[in-house]
Design a protein around this ligand. Structure first.
Ligand code: SF4
Length: 278
């Protein structure tokens, strides 16, 4: 079996920065709190928990003056304020690309613009962006959601960094049709788009694709949904999920990963498939 690993596999720059920073901080401070799992990858989360990271979903559970990590998705404004009140020592690993959206939304909100955020409403990145608009925003996940809006003279649009580009364009097209003035800020992450483009090219070269990454990772799900339209594919978190029956009659296989899967997880899949007599 011929195996090709996608060029952009492994962590994206934002995740790399957060994991490296959290690992260094844990070595120094031993016990660090994080609001939500630092990335959508159970293997990496377990490693950090073993080092002393404590994941909380309620900021009141964090003792005052503790060490505290903000993950690459960013943090909701009201939770951030509580963290400051509790005098937590904050390591802010919000991805610079996400920070850019925060600055944009803060600035536009101050100018009184109503903001449409295209994204998954339950995703932490979207929740954090929404919290900065002081109630003057709405999240849109698909073109259907637009029916809930009333015609407006003016809309301003931003998009979750890892949202599906095709659905973003579909929604943006619809918005343009029912507003007089629309300002659309393309805040998609260019690293994610590059990864998707490369994965689609790889899908043309192989008979099967293995997508490695957390099942709850937005960018990994988008990647999987994109490539599976072109070639049979499977989405796994680790090699134990690989069903070798899927590889019957497969001569060329591609391995790609979401932004929250480390390179060594991709390598493990590569080694496993390479050792398979097929
Ligand atoms: S996917 Fe892009 S925006 Fe999200 S953390 Fe990675 S580099 Fe940052």
């Amino acid at each position: 079996m011929n195996i090709i690993i996608g060029k952009s596999s492994g962590f994206c720059s934002g995740v790399q920065r957060a994991i490296k920073g959290a690992t260094t901080a844990l070595k120094e401070h031993k016990k660090i709190y994080c609001f939500g799992e630092i990335i959508h990858n159970p293997v990496v989360v377990k490693t950090l928990k073993d080092m002393g990271m404590i994941v909380v979903n309620d900021i009141t559970k964090v003792p005052d003056k503790s060490w505290f990590v903000i993950r690459s998705h960013g943090l909701q404004n009201e939770i951030y304020k509580k963290a400051v009140e509790k005098k937590l020592e904050i390591f802010d690993f919000t991805c610079p690309k996400v920070k850019k959206i925060h600055r944009l939304v803060t600035e536009l909100t101050e100018k009184g613009r109503f903001i449409l955020i295209i994204g998954n409403p339950s995703h932490p990145e979207v929740k954090a962006i929404l919290s900065l608009a002081r109630g003057n925003a709405q999240v849109i996940e698909n073109a259907e959601d637009l029916k809930k809006l009333t015609f407006s003279e003016q809309y301003t649009v931003v998009v979750q960094t890892t949202f599906n580009p095709e659905i973003f364009l579909e929604i943006a097209d619809e918005i343009i049709l029912f507003t007089k003035e629309t300002n659309i800020y393309n805040t998609l992450c260019e690293e994610t788009i590059k990864r998707q483009k490369e994965s689609l090219q790889l899908a043309d070269e192989v008979d099967f694709i293995v997508v490695v990454g957390g099942k709850n990772s937005s960018n990994t799900k988008t990647l999987y949904n994109t490539v599976k339209k072109k070639v049979p594919s499977v989405h796994i978190e680790d090699i134990n999920e690989l069903n070798m029956k899927l590889f019957k009659n497969v001569n060329n296989v591609g391995i790609i990963s979401g932004a929250s899967a480390p390179k060594n997880e991709v390598k493990k899949v590569y080694e496993y498939l390479r050792g398979y007599p097929g």
